[in-house]
Design a protein around this ligand. Structure first.
Ligand code: SF4
Length: 211
């Protein structure tokens, strides 16, 4: 398994935002979102075993763990890694691009599934059956670059009845979409979504790694 970093921070996104969390960032991603903020995880990293990763996580004494990337599901070992974390009693989050089938993911894992809007330039990489697999414990995340993304996300939300099946997150591309405008669009349209900011980018420098 190729690992970019394992670190302890404040969870900046999702309905777990604000909670201390250990992050396991796996190396590599076959996508290239226009606004990607983790391109340093595309290459490099170090080989590590699942046992080593579990030992590192254990040392942080924190019960919330997120497996992220890059795209974690691009590495088959991410599946037994998440299962082992669940077996050990951790609450496990998976941050995934939406391009890989989530069917093999341990059902105890809380999937945070990116739904790639047109502004990412990666909409055609979506594995659309994933949207039908999301359950109440899971979250669908739309990262929005502009009003066109917002309109597209609103239509997709309705088409898949997402708000009645899981938590839905609307998140602006950092520094691109005015956050107040997005908040006002959501209120005007009475959208049943959770507005979110990437909290860690306000606590630390936006481009800081390992937080
Ligand atoms: S899927 Fe995630 S890691 Fe991959 S390019 Fe897009 S934002 Fe970056």
């Amino acid at each position: 398994m190729r690992i970019t970093e394992i670190f302890h921070s404040i969870q900046g996104e999702s309905s777990y935002a604000g909670q201390p969390c250990v992050f396991i960032r796996l190396t590599g991603c076959p996508l290239r979102c226009t606004w990607c903020d983790t391109d340093y995880a595309f290459h490099g990293g170090q080989d590590g075993s699942i046992d080593d990763a579990l030992a590192k996580v254990h040392r942080y004494r924190c019960r919330l763990v997120e497996v992220t990337g890059g795209e974690p599901l691009a590495q088959p070992e991410s599946l037994p890694l998440m299962a082992r974390l669940c077996d050990a009693g951790y609450t496990v989050l998976l941050e995934t691009s939406g391009a890989f089938d989530i069917a093999p993911v341990d059902p105890r894992v809380h999937v945070i599934l990116d739904v790639k809007c047109p502004g990412s330039d990666m909409t055609d990489r979506m594995h659309w059956p994933n949207l039908s697999r999301l359950a109440a414990k899971d979250e669908a995340k739309f990262v929005l670059a502009d009003r066109a993304d917002y309109d597209w996300a609103s239509e997709t939300l309705a088409r898949y009845d997402l708000a009645n099946r899981c938590t839905v997150l609307f998140s602006p591309v950092f520094g691109s979409l005015d956050i107040r405008e997005l908040a006002e669009w959501i209120l005007a349209d009475r959208l049943p979504v959770r507005f979110q900011l990437q909290m860690h980018k306000y606590i630390w420098a936006p481009d800081m790694r390992g937080v």
